[in-house]
Write a protein that binds this ligand. Structure first.
Ligand SMILES: [Zn+2]
Length: 340
């Protein structure tokens, strides 16, 4: 009988808790709203209640190996402190791991949410057949994670992999991190909406203006819908997304020479609209990519082609994620299975 673990994906909007067994079977998933405005204490109580419920329900299915929690923000991996978390006001510089362990009475592993997503795609998703990979997560912001030899690469404090804050426009848009022109300002869902509103304000985007007027919650998805219908301004915005990602990936490929880079998160559903630009940028900017590109990068959708091809050597595969919004949940559940 396989043992199991609890994975938690703590988002600024949704709090999701799952029981997952060692073979990667999802036993049950609970989705709650993150009651951020009621404070950290309340959110942690909600989380612990759901964790206890799932632990008790599946305890005759095997041994509970522990709980892994993906948190949006900068985590100090040694101390279990959340250092910065823009989407969780009131959580910065707090001993979150200790608070949760005290309530549950068991060991808890905290991890950055993008690292968890990378670990999920490595375990069960697009990168399951490679030992080394990196992932970019395109959501409200842009997160990143690196897995080397099957383990998350943490760097000194657990803060490695902040690809969203790589500069892609030296004098560009001011970022919340203090830098200008971060990738996050051009490739996140927030950035897609901002660029659309800029184009509307410039009077150069009638299609986007109509969509924004008819939709109070004008989103990156609405911009994507216009792009696939052929709206030139919407398409231009996604080419800008692809350019930013191409510059980031060129930096990563030149630096790391990994077999696989995975692009996930909500905005990655617009893969068709931005990926051709990624590959154009990579071919023109990245020496290591030029030397290792597969013949048909857009067709290289699975990890299979990252393996040795007879006569051609290993290839650099850049592909979209497979697990959707569950990547972080699976990755978080995997943490206690490999960190015993
Ligand atoms: Zn930044």
């Amino acid at each position: 009988m396989p043992n199991f673990a609890i994975g938690v994906d703590l988002g600024g909007t949704n709090l999701r808790i799952a029981a997952v067994d060692e073979q990667g079977c999802l036993l049950e998933k609970v989705t709650l709203g993150t009651r951020v405005t009621l404070g950290r204490e309340r959110v942690i109580s909600d989380m612990c209640e759901a964790i206890r419920h799932l632990s008790a329900k599946y305890h005759d299915r095997g041994t509970l190996l522990g709980t892994g929690i993906g948190v949006p923000g900068i985590i100090d991996i040694q101390t279990g402190m959340v250092r910065e978390s823009p989407n969780l006001p009131g959580w910065s510089d707090s001993p979150v791991r200790a608070e949760i362990e005290k309530k549950l009475g068991t060991r808890v592993i905290l991890e950055n949410d993008a690292n968890s997503a990378a670990f999920g795609e490595k375990w069960l998703g697009a990168a399951r057949d490679v030992a080394d990979m990196a992932m970019l997560t395109l959501g409200t912001g842009v997160g990143g994670g690196i897995v080397l030899g099957g383990r998350i690469w943490h760097g000194m404090n657990g803060m490695a992999g902040e690809f969203g804050h790589i500069t892609v426009e030296p004098e560009g848009q001011l970022c919340g991190c203090g830098n200008r022109g971060c990738a996050e300002q051009y490739a996140s869902a927030t950035a897609v909406v901002r660029m659309a509103r800029e184009a509307i304000a410039n009077g150069e985007a009638p299609g986007l203006a109509r969509a924004a007027n008819s939709d109070a919650e004008f989103s990156a998805k609405a911009v994507y819908n216009l792009a696939i219908q052929g709206d030139e301004e919407a398409r231009r915005i996604f080419r800008r997304v692809g350019r930013a990602l191409g510059i980031v990936l060129a930096t990563l490929v030149n630096t790391l020479n990994l077999p696989m880079y995975v692009v996930g998160g909500g905005v990655s559903s617009a893969w068709e609209a931005f990926s051709p630009t990624i590959f154009e940028e990579l071919r023109s900017r990245c020496m290591v990519y030029a030397a290792t590109a597969p013949a048909d990068p857009l067709g290289a959708e699975t990890g299979a082609s990252a393996k040795v091809e007879p006569g051609t050597g290993r290839k650099t595969i850049i592909t979209r994620a497979l697990l959707g919004s569950d990547a972080g949940l699976y990755g978080a559940a995997r943490l206690p299975m490999v960190n015993s």
